[in-house]
Ligand binder design. Sequence first.
Ligand SMILES: NC(=O)c1ccc[n+]([C@@H]2O[C@H](COP(=O)([O-])OP(=O)(O)OC[C@H]3O[C@@H](n4cnc5c(N)ncnc54)[C@H](OP(=O)(O)O)[C@@H]3O)[C@@H](O)[C@H]2O)c1
Length: 321
Amino acid sequence: MAEKGRVCVTGAGGYVASWLVKLLLSRGYRVHGTVREPGDVKNAHLKKLDNALENLQLFKADLLDCSSLLSAIAGCDGVFHVASPVPSGTVQNPEVEFIEPAVTGTLNVLKACSEIKVKRVVVVSSGAAVALNPNWPENQVMDETCWSDKEYCKEIKNYYCLSKTVAESEACEYAKRSGLNLVTVCPTLVLGPMLQSALNASSQILVRLLKDGSDSVNNRAWKIVDVRDVAEALLMVYEKPEAEGRYICTTYMAKSKDLVDKLSSLYPNYNYPKNFTEVDEGSKGFKLSSEKLQRLGWRYRPIEEILIDSVKSYQESGYLD
Ligand SMILES: NC(=O)c1ccc[n+]([C@@H]2O[C@H](COP(=O)([O-])OP(=O)(O)OC[C@H]3O[C@@H](n4cnc5c(N)ncnc54)[C@H](OP(=O)(O)O)[C@@H]3O)[C@@H](O)[C@H]2O)c1
């Protein structure tokens, strides 16, 4: 296989990053993966990936430690900045838990990229940095020109959305000022099989629908995308010279009840929620479009495949026992 060069992936052991590392290794890249605890069993899956023995090198790095980032990025042509805290429960101190690692962490990565003169940086942002905008015209599909409203995120205390919005907008401003070649990708809710052993926050949402058995859940609208398709999108915007700016990465919109209907027709024996409460989701009910990414050549798999492969993965990891 032709050698493709050397790239760094931050937060390599996480859900999305693990699929990206796997894809990069399969396409002939040498990968520097940053992890906070190289010896931790939660990162053990990385070393088992095909070609990992020869082409994957793990670096201990924290987003708030610039010298650790410099060591990991040294010698790389490109960087995929994936690491960022993703909430799975209540937040005690949003500034420390989310805003600082997301915003300062992203700027630290970008500054290291400038210093090392990497050719392109791909930052994983989020649909959370796009969709929380109460001023966006009703019924107009959201595209890359739409940004979440920072004041609104603060008002509704959605610190994850705030962290991703501030991190992405500051990254774009930094790139404009410094001339760094930056592309950002904004995936919505990422589902699909896990490579890592720990259940990540977005997979927890589907696991809960399968086994929680609650009397009632909010009938929220989810914008879903498969983790393998996200990895393909990240590599595509890295490799295609014409890629520029922001890319929304999303596929299907489904309400909680639609998901349960689909899942229960495939797997009738799980403990699904019994009732659904309609909720007014404001701007979160809006539609997002991935047209720009599709124009670049991105394709995605059917929702049934996402759900079937997710359930198989949770079964194999024992999360549905
Ligand atoms: N999953 C989704 O639905 C979704 C949707 C849109 C965007 N995203 C974005 O995709 C990226 C990956 O998310 P994920 O779902 O894969 O979550 P994940 O599995 O929880 O991965 C998050 C990664 O970030 C690392 N990290 C957090 N704080 C760090 C710090 N201070 N220094 C170094 N590393 C740090 C974590 O490392 P440790 O293992 O050491 O904690 C972990 O590897 C994030 O940027 C997230 O915002 C995810």
